[in-house]
Design a protein around this ligand. Structure first.
Ligand SMILES: [Zn+2]
Length: 377
């Protein structure tokens, strides 16, 4: 028995921590996508609530802040949808999100108008009747401040504009709103860094009642970054490990853009930056955006080799670089990849139904993580 004691102690310290990954990430996804986080948007301080929670996790896992705070504040311009958010068309009350959406005026393109069944204007706001509502996008600033949005209405009344529209819609411009990125690090044996990033913001609220939960997009990526911090927090890793969670992604990669322009660490010392977004799936493997670049290929090859030797995931696909997530700004300065999962379980994209119960992160998490971590060894 004596011989087993050191082994049991080892298991207690390391085996427990590493083995609990799937439960930990699921718990974090559920916390971040709960109603209380207000869709991690900019109404009712959703972004701050999420940032404080993330900072407390980074602290709990033993990471250090840059300076005296885990938060890097920066201003952004954004509109939010506040209050009751009601729309009555010809006496019929419509459900927010399911039957109507508020969209930035800039989305009012020629093609979109051609698809419209009708359009009408009331009190300076355009109402557009459509057969199918488009994707939800945040109300980012628009040059005409008087009419920053249009209302897309699921048309159930026919091809003509409704006779009566009664709207109680409050859209609040928040210019210079102070949001924040959240960063922490674990010093390694060398100051060469591996950086893990994920955006924690989502689409916020549509009025008081409709919450965009954003479990897949991107509580899942944040949970994974926090789990990596948790796993390495008590050790001295070879490379310095940096963990950065951004806001402003949905509004145009704004938090990461600020960070790239005001870096807290030397970007020239970054060996690899791994951005994680949309991690609830994985049954079909994952995609590596910017995985074909000369400076990222050695890392991608390492992931592929690990995947093959351990028979972990069906496929690792590669795509050319694109400005589709936060890795984009950093890819000009250092090797940077963006990973999103393929297949698996998750709720509807950019909808209130992207919830924790629909997120299957626990199904393939350990396999996905084993492949990702091969890149940084
Ligand atoms: Zn998104």
């Amino acid at each position: 028995m004596k011989h087993y004691i050191p082994f049991l102690v080892f298991l207690a310290i390391f085996g427990y921590g590493w083995g609990q990954g799937a439960e930990y990430v699921k718990e974090i996804v559920c916390r971040l996508s709960a109603d209380e986080m207000k869709g991690r948007g900019y109404s009712q301080g959703g972004d701050s609530l999420a940032a404080d929670f993330i900072a407390s996790e980074l602290k709990r896992h033993g990471t250090k802040p840059y300076g005296d705070s885990y938060l890097q504040r920066y201003p952004l311009d954004i509109f939010t949808i506040d209050g009751v958010c009601r729309l009555k068309v010809d006496g019929k009350e419509l459900r927010p999100y399911d039957q109507f959406k508020l969209k930035p005026m800039r989305t009012l393109t020629k093609e979109w108008l051609e698809k419209a069944r009708w359009r009408t204007e009331k009190d300076g706001i355009w109402y557009i009747g459509v057969v199918k509502l488009g994707m939800s996008v945040p109300l980012t600033p628009f040059d005409d401040m008087k009419a920053p949005y249009v209302v897309e209405v699921l048309d159930s009344v026919g091809t003509k504009p409704p006779k009566k529209i009664k709207a109680d819609l409050t859209v609040t411009p928040r210019m210079g709103y102070l949001s924040q990125n959240v960063c922490g690090y674990i010093p390694g044996e060398t100051d060469t860094m591996v950086v893990f990033t994920a955006h924690y913001d989502h689409l916020g609220m549509m009025g008081d009642k409709v919450c965009f939960h954003g479990a897949h997009d991107n509580a899942s990526g944040v949970a994974t970054v926090l789990d990596i911090a948790r796993r390495y927090g008590l050790s001295k890793p070879h490379y310095t490990l940096v963990f950065c969670l951004f806001s402003g992604e949905e509004a145009g990669l704004l938090g990461s853009s600020y960070m790239a322009q005001h870096p807290l660490f030397d970007l020239k010392k970054v060996r690899l930056l791994v951005n994680l977004d949309l991690l609830c799936g994985g049954s079909e493997g994952f995609m590596v955006v910017n995985g074909k670049a000369e400076n990222t290929t050695p890392f991608v090859n390492r992931m592929k080799a690990r995947n093959k030797e351990r028979h972990l995931l069906p496929e690792i696909k590669l795509r050319d670089n694109a400005a589709n997530s936060d890795h984009w700004w950093f890819s000009k300065e250092c090797p940077a990849i963006f990973i999103y999962t393929l297949g698996g379980r998750y709720g509807d994209y950019h909808s209130p139904y992207d919830t924790c119960d629909k997120c299957g992160i626990e199904d393939t998490y350990e396999k996905v993580l084993q492949v990702i971590l091969a890149a940084i060894e």
